[in-house]
Structures are given as C-alpha cells and as structure tokens.
Design a protein around this ligand. Structure first.
Ligand code: AMP
Length: 172
C-alpha cells in the first residue's frame, strides 16, 4: 500500500506547531485510489461479521459510512461534544495535539452487538481508545479497530485492546 502514499499530502505545523498533518483528501478525490484502500478493508472487516461500524467524527465518518453501506450493516456515529441529540455517554481524552471529548447516544447500541471501530488515522491511539471505551460503556461488544493510516512511531496500538482485531493499511 506504500505506493498510495503519494496521494497523502503532508502539511507541517497543522493544526498545531510540530504536527505533520496527513491529508487524505487527495485519496477521497480519486475513486480508483479510494477503492484500492476500501476493497481490502471491506473484505477483512466482513470476515469479522460486525453488526455495526462505528465511525469517529469527523474524518472517520467518510470511509466508515462507505464501508457500512458496502457491507450492508449499520453505522454508529461517535461525535464531538453537544452534537448528538438526546441522552449521551461521554468521555474526555488526550489527542496528539491537545485534549478533546467524544460522545455516543446512550441507547443507540443493542446490548452485546458486535462493533468494529473505524477512524481515518491512528496516531497516539487516544481517540480510538476513548471511542472503544465508549462503545463498551454503551453496551456494545467491541470486536476490533480499522484505520486507513497508522503513524507507527507514536505507538497508538499500545493504547488499544491488544486482544482485538486491528488493521491499518498505510503505515508511516
Ligand atoms: P490519536 O488520538 O492521537 O490517535 O489521533 C487520531 C485522530 O486525530 C484521528 O481522528 C485523526 O484524524 C487525527 N490525527 C491525529 N494526528 C494526525 C495527523 N498527524 N494527521 C492527520 N490526522 C491526525
């Protein structure tokens, strides 16, 4: 998958000084390239037979919704604070560039349904770790994680449950 790196733009000092931001928009803009990533991911995920894909706001929504649609399974949204209507469960967590909070609707998950968590990129693992905890708190059975890109030096994997399925397609 390394040949796809030329479709990932690197932006220095965004959104904060010292961060090299990986912009995946050039991938989404090219249907053939996006498909090259989505097909293997779709096949891998389908073997795990999740009931739902959970996408993390907002860049995670892009491919999470496409995957859910292709696999004909439901999409669950994990969102930034005050975006979801009704009762929510929330958690605060540390980001590569700051601190944030994620929320999920309290009654959105049927107890023990199998959830595959998706985000565009795994950096420190703070976001996905927090999102995974939220899924469990909301009654879901977290079965694994999938990302398009992994920044391996940040060792985000160490913040995730090592017993679960974990797939990252493009590694830096
Ligand atoms: P982390 O919680 O550190 O694993 O950060 C992952 C989340 O932050 C994902 O939702 C990414 O969209 C975003 N993110 C963190 N670092 C970067 C980066 N260097 N380039 C692009 N997105 C990033």
């Amino acid at each position: 998958m390394d040949h796809l790196k030329k479709y990932i733009t690197e932006i220095n000092d965004y959104p904060k000084e010292g961060i090299v931001f990986k912009d995946l928009n050039p991938i989404y803009k090219e249907p053939k390239i996006w498909k090259e990533l989505m097909f293997p991911l779709q096949n891998l995920i389908s073997t795990k037979k999740p009931d739902y894909i959970a996408g993390i706001e907002s860049r995670g929504f892009i491919s999470a919704s496409a995957l859910a649609f292709k696999l004909e399974i439901g999409l669950i949204t994990i969102r930034k604070p005050n975006k979801l209507p009704g009762e929510v469960i929330g958690t605060n967590y540390k980001l590569e560039y700051g601190e944030d909070r994620l929320e999920i609707q309290r009654n959105i998950i049927e107890k023990d349904s199998k959830i595959l968590l998706f985000d565009d990129l795994l950096a420190t693992g703070g976001t996905a770790g927090a999102a995974g905890n939220l899924i469990k708190k909301a009654g879901g059975n977290l079965i694994g994680y999938a990302f398009l890109v992994e920044l391996t030096e940040l060792k985000g994997r160490e913040n995730l449950d090592s017993n679960l399925f974990l797939e990252t397609l493009i590694k830096y």
